[in-house]
Design a protein around this ligand. Structure first.
Ligand code: PEP
Ligand code: MG
Length: 325
């Protein structure tokens, strides 16, 4: 089975009716990137940079970060590398970030909120990312954005980093694309307002599901409530994709759901062309994708979007996936 899957790595990713999809990898290290490339990844849709910051005593320097990002970009030989800025807090704690003990860390001081409160370290990371843009095709994205103001505040610091590098005559990518994760319900709800300010959206279904359903993604006692196939989650995904399409910007999905074969008809039905997932999930998903029809998923979308329970949605998706819809 593994051999058969591995033989798919070099095939183009197209549905039976000719729709081209891009399968990207989620990585946290250069080692992950090597596995991703073996699995035929067409790029990296999510580089979780927090792992560069963990297991150490102080923030990594600009040069340390630049070397890692640049090496990743070079290994990709022109394929896109989407670097997400620091996303700590919640379940990923950073000792030296001085985040106080919180009653409710997932709703607390985390992610882009920390970056905006510590603009110096945020700018250091952005400078490293911009410089790595000279090593390949790099895009940057901000996690946990919940409003237009917040995106603008992050973008302002990004523009400052650019101006500094320009003044210093350092090589960097002047035209780097700047996107955001859609993983806070507020961002999905106002996706149309954000879509005119950003270059791309990446839907983080892990946090989006947790926040829409008010169910901690790591708490086993509410695990049955944490369901990405809940109609509320599907609607927010639909709203986000529609806003992106209307504005003509890119939209990808990078939460766990992206690698779940059951969800494939959703992406095909909505017209999502870019999925990013753990390397190990890429080839099994590709094997399903090569058998799927985009037109059939699109034809069933209206029906699917009227279903009232996640159970009905899952059953309908199973039927679609099995080719008997
Ligand atoms: C997500 O929230 O869906 C996501 C991709 O980011 P992370 O899992 O790192 O929070
Ligand atoms: Mg997230």
């Amino acid at each position: 089975v593994l051999e058969r899957l591995q033989s798919l790595a070099t095939l183009p990713t197209v549905t039976t009716d000719g729709l081209r999809m891009s399968l990207f990898a989620n990585i946290a290290s250069l080692r992950d990137l090597e596995a991703a490339l073996e699995g035929g990844a067409e790029g990296v849709g999510l580089f979780r940079t927090e792992f560069i910051y963990m297991d150490r005593e102080t923030y990594p320097t600009e040069q340390e970060q630049y070397e890692i990002y640049c090496q990743a970009a070079s290994l990709l030989e022109g394929k896109p590398l989407t670097i997400r800025t620091l996303d700590v807090g919640g379940d990923k704690q950073l000792e030296y970030a001085n985040v106080p003990e919180e009653e409710n860390p997932v709703l607390g001081f985390r992610s882009i909120r920390i970056s905006l409160a510590q603009p110096h370290t945020f700018k250091t990371q952005l400078r490293a990312i911009l410089r790595a843009g000279a090593c390949g095709t790099v895009r940057v994205m901000f996690p946990m954005i919940q409003s237009v103001e917040q995106f603008r505040a992050a973008k302002r610091i990004f523009d400052e980093a650019k101006a500094e590098l320009r003044a210093e005559r350092q090589p960097y990518d002047e035209h780097m694309r700047v996107g955001m994760m859609v993983e806070v319900p507020a961002a999905a709800i106002v996706a149309d307002l954000l879509a005119s300010e950003v270059d791309f959206f990446s839907i983080g279904t892990n946090d989006l599901t947790q926040y829409i359903l008010a169910a901690d993604r790591l708490n086993e006692h509410v695990a049955s409530l944490y369901d990405p196939f809940h109609p509320a989650v599907i609607r927010m995904i639909q709203t986000t994709v529609a806003a992106a399409q209307h504005a003509g910007i890119g939209v990808s999905v990078c939460g766990e759901m992206a690698g779940d074969p059951l969800a494939l008809p959703i992406w095909l039905g909505l017209g999502v062309r870019e999925l990013s997932m753990a390397s190990g999930l890429m080839l099994p998903l590709k094997s399903e994708l090569l058998k799927a029809s985009a037109a059939r998923s699109a034809a069933h979308w209206a029906e699917l979007s009227k279903l009232k329970t996640s159970r009905d949605i899952r059953e309908a998706l199973e039927r679609l996936g099995m080719g008997c819809g």
